[in-house]
Write a protein that binds this ligand. Structure first.
Ligand code: WTA
Length: 653
């Protein structure tokens, strides 16, 4: 471990280099530096040509980019429709019979849907939305399992100009209610339930609970998936299958302004209130189409592409829906968990569909490593030609395992860095061009300009610092819904004139970028960003709890694991049952994803004299590190007490 001016510590030391093979480079869409060169030469012209080449516009745009820091507009005056770009134009070009999605349910059902079938279903559901009173500019909340109705619902919103706000199906009713209220959603689309690891999970009952807190929702559309008994409220709730019966499959797409809101996606921040990240139409679609094409070297005629994320996260939005469909790809959607019915489900899917491109997260890769290589080795994975990774830093060991056991030492691995806020991939190799270093996301893509800076905002040529973005980009967030000040404060106040991503990064001798994780208080658990404050609020919400501080501890499987330090109210007894109860409580309030791995009871928390909890010290304790500076502590003995408790406690999972 080395100390880079105390900005960020870096742990990686990795010398292996993988040069693109001749075979790969020869067939690659990008196999020289020309994209980099043209973006360097004239960055607006570069994005203009991507927007014109990759998308169909009803009305052409004038100015490419208007930049009034921190607000950007792209492709000004241009008019387009996202569902038209994703569906109609492929059908009009005679490719309607091509499969858009091979969908596989967890229990094993298989459905394939072609571009023209998808267009019909999207148009039909778009008509249903109109019949329920949804209009251009309205927000629609979507809370669904990974079934085909989910992309259909999203695309139907885009067809009529309503913005969707997809809430991950693992979130609790409270989390859903907060997001519905913030967006003032008019309609909720859900299902009775979903399948997960052989069991069913309830969704509709969570919607019912959430709606007790919400006043803006007129209707709830419910897909029948698990045939679970649900309560349908007369006048409010309608079954999807009954709603679509007899409805026309033709629906004229609405011409949207390039800067009209396309969707909201809520992401955790450092305070308890999640941020509604706003993405608009023309810029977002340009960036996801461009990155999907070049980063994955996508050949729509021959590739079978699989992004194994959940559509409820931005990765699913950009690289299951909008990028692949705009590019006319054939994709896989799998509903369930990778260990159902056994731990080789993914490899079985790859073998059966002859998947050529796989995009997943380090947390999944580390889980597969834990399960062992016998699972992939039972299957023929020779169809694969490219692998991708996203969500958190991929450690070299996991990269090599992925490369060797999944890619059979024959597939480039593209480690892609980006965020909900960036809309699309920002830092990544171009697989036919870039020499790979395991664990490094390599370089900013052509058209994207990043710099690592030190505490004072000076550019770091070599060593660790903070990752910043120095020019606007088409897919950038346009703000936080309803809170422009928070947008400015969160992303643009730390370093003047720069977007601060909140991540640490290191530049090596060859100029490669190595991502070092979050520098703020947001934890990254299995690739999901969870705010410490949200979990703390959930713990304190429990009647027994007086105070709580939450930190992330390195975890070999999930990246970080949540450790909660809890002070109980007097008269309450510290016990493992109580710890269990608190963990379950957090899962109920926020969702299972935020369930702390361990609860450590302590009589006091370490605080500064002004009363701020020092999470940094707790993180040192939780990670078994020697303690950093303790001089600002109000009571230094507190941290020693916590340390002895932490070493006694065993992780409960
Ligand atoms: C982290 C997911 C290292 C990072 C698309 C970022 C990564 C946060 C990588 C965004 C990567 C994502 N290497 N770290 N390749 N990709 N991250 O909004 O901390 O869910 O800020 O978007 O994940 O997470 P989000």
């Amino acid at each position: 471990m080395s100390d880079n001016n105390a900005t960020i510590e870096d742990y990686f030391s990795e010398d292996r280099v993988f040069t693109p093979t001749d075979n790969f480079s020869k067939q690659a869409l990008a196999n020289d530096l020309s994209l980099y060169e043209s973006a360097e030469a004239d960055f607006e012209k570069f994005w203009e040509s991507q927007a014109k080449e990759l998308l169909d516009w009803y009305e052409p745009f004038g100015q490419v980019c208007e930049w009034q820091l921190p607000f950007s507009k792209w492709f000004i005056g241009g008019k387009l429709n996202v569902s038209f770009n994703c569906l109609d134009r492929h059908v009009l070009a005679g490719r309607g019979g091509k499969v858009a999605y091979y969908w596989e349910g967890e229990p094993g059902e298989k459905i394939s849907v072609t571009y023209s079938e998808l267009l019909d279903q999207v148009s039909q559901f778009a008509n249903c939305l109109k019949n329920l009173g949804v209009k251009k500019g309205d927000r629609v909340a979507i809370y669904m399992p990974m079934i085909l109705e989910l992309p259909i619902a999203m695309l139907a919103c885009t067809r009529i100009g309503a913005a969707h706000s997809v809430v991950f199906g693992g979130f609790s009713s409270d989390a859903l209610a907060g997001r519905i209220n913030d967006a003032q959603a008019k309609l909720v689309i859900t299902a009775d339930g979903g399948y997960r690891r052989g069991a069913t999970v309830q969704l509709k009952s969570n919607v019912d609970l959430a709606l007790e807190e919400c006043s803006t929702v007129d209707h709830v559309v419910v897909v029948r998936r698990t045939n679970t008994q649900v309560n349908m409220v007369a006048g409010r709730d309608v079954w999807w299958d009954e709603l679509i019966t007899g409805v026309s499959t033709k629906c004229e797409p609405v011409a949207m302004d390039s800067e009209d809101l396309l969707f909201l996606l809520y992401t955790s921040g450092t305070t308890a209130k999640p941020k509604g990240i706003m993405h608009t139409t023309g810029g977002y679609l340009t960036q996801v189409a461009y990155t999907h094409k070049y980063v994955f070297d996508l050949k729509p005629e021959s590739d079978i592409y699989w992004c194994a994320a959940d559509i409820g996260w931005v990765t699913g939005h950009s690289y299951i829906l909008y990028g692949p469909l705009t590019n006319g790809a054939t994709s896989i959607i799998y509903e369930g968990t990778p260990d159902f019915p056994d731990k080789d489900r993914w490899w079985d899917i790859i073998e059966r569909y002859k998947v050529t491109i796989l995009y997943t997260a380090p947390t999944a890769i580390r889980t597969f490593m834990k399960w062992g290589e016998e699972y992939p080795s039972k299957h023929d994975l020779s169809s694969l030609r490219l692998l991708g990774s996203v969500g958190e830093p991929i450690n070299p060991e996991a990269w090599i395992w992925y490369y060797t056991h999944i890619g059979q030492s024959n597939c480039p691995v593209v480690d892609t860095w980006w965020q909900t806020e960036t809309g699309g991939i920002m830092i990544s190799p171009l697989p036919g061009v870039t020499k790979l270093k395991p664990g490094s996301a390599t370089f900013a893509l052509p058209g994207i300009f990043v710099e690592v800076v030190d505490d004072n905002g000076n550019k770091v040529e070599k060593g660790g610092g903070y990752l910043t973005i120095v020019r606007p980009w088409p897919g950038m967030l346009r703000g936080i819904y309803g809170d422009p000040e928070r947008y400015r404060e969160t992303y643009w106040s730390r370093f003047e004139g720069r977007y601060f991503a909140g991540d640490g990064a290191k530049v090596d001798d060859d100029g490669y970028l190595w991502l070092l994780g979050r520098v703020d208080d947001v934890m990254n658990v299995s690739g999901h960003r969870i705010s410490t404050t949200e979990v703390e609020s959930a713990l304190v919400d429990h009647p027994s709890v007086a105070e709580a501080a939450v930190v992330g501890a390195n975890d070999p499987t999930t990246g970080q694991a949540i450790i909660g330090f809890v002070t109980l109210k007097s008269g309450e007894t510290q016990s493992s049952e109580k710890g269990e109860e608190l963990r379950a409580h957090v899962a109920r309030v926020i969702g299972a994803i935020a369930r702390p791995k361990t609860i450590i009871f302590t009589d006091e928390l370490p605080k500064t004299r002004s009363g701020k909890i020092m999470r940094r010290l707790l993180a040192d304790v939780a990670n078994g590190r020697s303690l950093g500076d303790t001089t600002t502590l109000a009571d230094p003995s507190v941290v020693e007490e916590i340390r002895s408790k932490a070493s006694d406690s065993t992780a409960e999972d």
